[in-house]
Design a protein around this ligand. Structure first.
Ligand SMILES: *Cc1c(COP(=O)(O)O)cnc(C)c1O
Length: 456
């Protein structure tokens, strides 16, 4: 049977027979079957039953330039004919890796001029752990090993990435975190701010870093890692007071600041990087996702002058790397993707035009009886679904209403994701105002239908 003749049912049956999905409850999936996505164009997906769905999540936060860009397919095709594979080990390189490195040095914040390539955000964060610890060892401070992260952070799913992350469910499976990683509270004002103002709470959340460093001893701490805006944790935008205080603490205590830009990078906030949006000046900056708009897997770590100089001048061989670090086809696609973002002014449009439009329309949803807060930045959005808006009281049990709203939204033709009862969006950066209007219309209908099903 050729694949063109397979029905939705055939795909579902074969899928449950042979395929173990990531982040999936297998029993639950097997009882209802997967949704089969068969093609995509621009900001839309189509499933195997022919339904058109507006992709409010840009895949998994990655398809920044939208689907169906011929230039990216051509770049991969041409490169695969020219040089499909060669490695960057043992003092060799190839033009796509060099071109991408040059381009990344140009578009990333000042002071970040070197890149170490990986195939994913998780590998980028494993690379962060090794680089940060190696850096301090080279400077004669091998005791500086501990990396401080945050509860409810997401930094990937390898042993290192999941350890840096602050997801309890991930730590419970496989005996994580690995040694030398510890977590402080997150700057989640809506959920944890109590009676404090956002800025008071932001200052307190930053103080937790200061306290943790004091507890561990500065001479034992290598780095602090955080997403500029938490993505998978629920699009958590820190209060204004948070980042300046964190930056100051890292500087005063000689601790590397790592900005995990895997989601924020390449335009999501309306600036090229979250580090531009918050003026972070990080020492290390993991990237992935929007780097290739998801067309091929690639990630990396941007490395500051201070760190790269130390690796070069003080170090011998850095015993780290992947067979596919700087894969030629992935690099060629990333180069073409960055040129599209740059030459079509896509990020500027998010900053000054479509982003402000999305934000003002998204905030209209705050008047809905289910919505306690509507927040966002650029092309990020979140809605807190609550039982009582006045007292910021969540539903009990958490997660039921979010999952319901997500399923209703999908059936109505919009991908929104649920993080417990926080509905989130992260649309392709090429969505125009008509797409945004369509997104808002479906989102509101989905909220109405959710309220009805909850008998509210
Ligand atoms: C997705 C994500 C990662 C992990 O990237 P993978 O490519 O899935 O390994 C790391 N950090 C952040 C902030 C992410 O959102």
């Amino acid at each position: 049977m050729t694949s063109a003749h397979r029905t939705t049912n055939d795909w579902q049956r074969l899928d449950t027979s042979h395929h173990l999905h990531p982040f999936t409850d297998y029993k639950a999936l097997n009882s209802k079957g997967s949704r089969i996505i068969t093609r995509a164009d621009g900001v839309y997906l189509w499933d195997s039953d022919g339904n058109r769905i507006l992709d409010g999540m840009a895949g998994l936060w990655c398809v920044n330039v939208g689907y169906g860009r011929q230039e990216l397919a051509d770049a991969a095709y041409r490169q695969m004919l020219e040089l499909p594979y060669y490695n960057n080990f043992f003092q060799t390189t190839h033009p796509p890796a060099v071109e991408l490195s040059e381009l990344l040095a140009a578009v990333t914040p000042q002071g970040l001029n070197h890149v170490f390539f990986t195939n994913s955000g998780s590998e980028a964060n494993d690379t962060v752990i090794r680089t940060a610890r190696y850096f301090w060892a080279l400077l004669g401070q091998p005791g500086k090993q501990i990396i401080i992260s945050r509860d409810n952070a997401y930094h990937g799913s390898t042993m290192g990435g999941a350890s840096l992350g602050g997801m309890r469910a991930m730590h419970e499976q496989g005996g994580l975190p690995i040694p030398g990683i510890t977590h402080i509270r997150q700057p989640y004002w809506y959920g944890e701010g109590g009676s404090l103002s956002p800025d008071e709470f932001g200052a307190r959340a930053a103080q937790a870093l200061q306290d943790k460093i004091a507890e561990l001893g500065e001479h034992n701490v290598a780095a602090f890692i955080a997403e500029p805006i938490q993505g998978a944790g629920g699009v958590i935008v820190p209060p204004d007071s948070y980042w300046p205080a964190i930056k100051d603490i890292c500087r005063r205590h000689e601790i590397l600041l790592v900005a995990d830009e895997v989601i924020c990078g390449f335009g999501r906030t309306g600036k090229w990087f979250g580090s531009d949006y918050f003026d972070l000046q990080p020492d290390l900056m993991p990237i992935a996702k929007g780097l290739s708009s998801g067309y091929l897997p690639i990630g990396g770590v941007m490395v500051s002058e201070r760190v790269s100089r130390t690796l070069t001048e003080e170090g011998g061989e850095f015993a780290h790397g992947f067979t596919y670090s700087g894969h030629p086809a992935a690099c060629a696609v990333a180069v073409a993707n960055i040129k599209i973002l740059r030459d079509e002014n896509i990020i500027e449009r998010v900053d000054t035009d479509t982003g402000p439009y999305l934000q003002s329309r998204w905030r209209e949803l705050a008047d809905h009886p289910l919505v306690g807060e509507a927040r966002g930045v650029g092309f990020f959005g979140a809605l807190e679904l609550v039982a009582d808006k006045k007292t910021r009281t969540f539903f009990d049990p958490k997660g039921r209403v979010g999952a319901l709203c997500r399923d209703i939204s999908f059936d109505m033709g919009l991908v929104m994701r649920a993080v417990a009862d926080t509905m989130i969006i992260s649309p392709p950066l090429v969505a125009d105002k008509a797409h945004i209007d369509e997104l808002l219309e479906i989102a509101r209908s989905a909220l109405d239908e959710t309220a009805k099903k909850m008998n509210l």
